[in-house]
Write a protein that binds this ligand. Sequence first.
Ligand SMILES: NC(=O)c1ccc[n+]([C@@H]2O[C@H](COP(=O)([O-])OP(=O)(O)OC[C@H]3O[C@@H](n4cnc5c(N)ncnc54)[C@H](O)[C@@H]3O)[C@@H](O)[C@H]2O)c1
Length: 423
Amino acid sequence: MRIGIIGAGYVGLVSGAGFAMRNHEVKCADLSREKVESINSKKSPIYEEGLEDALSRLVPSALSATTSVAEAVLESDAVFICVGTPSKKNGAPDLSALKKCAKEIGNALAQKKDYCAVVVKSTVLPNVTEGVVLPILESASAKKAGKDFGLCMNPEFLKEGVALKDFLGPDRIVIGCIDSRTERAMREIYSGFNAPILAMKPCDAEMTKIASNCFLATKISFMNELANLSKKLGVDIEAVAKGMGSDKRIAPYFLKPGPGFGGSCFPKDLRALKSIAKKQGEKMAVISATLEANDSQPMRLVELAASKIDLKNAKVGVLGLAFKPDTDDVRESPAIPVISALLSMAKEVNAFDPKAERNMRRIFPQANYFPSAQEAIRNSDIVLIVTDWPEFSGLDYGSKIVVDARNVFGNAKRPQNYDCLVK
Ligand SMILES: NC(=O)c1ccc[n+]([C@@H]2O[C@H](COP(=O)([O-])OP(=O)(O)OC[C@H]3O[C@@H](n4cnc5c(N)ncnc54)[C@H](O)[C@@H]3O)[C@@H](O)[C@H]2O)c1
């Protein structure tokens, strides 16, 4: 089928490449001319394993990009909305990009003769697809949803770092279609994927995505609190995680303690759920506690560092800026509160990340950035390991003080002057 992708970011570009690899013809539209030019010249604007390789094979025959939403809609049988839905200051989701995008799609639908399915892939709260997107599409196109065009909510569950692999081999595909014709189109789009398709109402699909993220984030905060306590009691949290995770009801995933969760999804999706719950008079005590525990975790790393050295006279190395390894994404990374605190408390901040330096420089241009981890270590009195990039366990730390937020060394030999936040 011919597939349009609106918003060629982490989700949109990976989905576009994935659909093209499953023999669909893909046109990505993005506001950013820079991203569009980069895609059309086979260069990925983001770092994601395998993506640039895929683009080099797919562009231009199976995938191309444009700055025109109308072009993507007019040339497609289904259009996926993949624009961002970030938090507003009050925690509610900012739907301005989604609304603008829906209006542009609606305007293009007005000129389109053939049937087209509009698919919301952006993460949204329950009832946004039918309560916000549908009326905008109908009013801009002067057409009727379920008759002249289709509408579906199809949440995305990929993880950055292994996004293309996750997209191509999902555990399940969730679709919430407003009518049977849209559902047939969605089943055809995903016919080349080896995963169960779970069909439900659009609001159920919306809640499935938000609930999954909230549940995983809660698992992380639970383990972080348990790790903080275990360290004081002399309990090995990794042995505990192994013991817990061997229980099929618990599963071994998301039990690794660290400096707190970040990224563009977990924090904002928890805040979004809280915001809608508040309007309904529901407290969501678990979600509030998950966020509260997460907010205080990065500062524990700074406090541990301050207990080892007089920070105001110390040059502090920060290894790892991305919110997790194998990505260049720094959105809501725990490294942000850590660096922010260190910039006011320490003599110098010496940062390094294999992929995320460019993005972190935009937030903290005043920090020092080093081209290698080894040079950042050499120029620092104390080193904080914030992201668990595998290379960090194989460096020469000499006698430098090392404070590790992730236990990157596991059972391997640790530096001589070492402490771990969570072990
Ligand atoms: N990043 C993830 O791991 C992930 C995983 C699952 C779901 N999601 C959800 O997917 C959505 C997108 O997330 P992302 O991380 O890909 O965001 P992103 O910021 O990387 O990408 C969004 C893109 O949309 C473009 N855009 C915005 N308005 C546009 C418009 N009107 N027309 C054309 N392009 C427009 C932006 O330029 C940007 O390139 C969010 O709702 C997010 O919660 C993200």
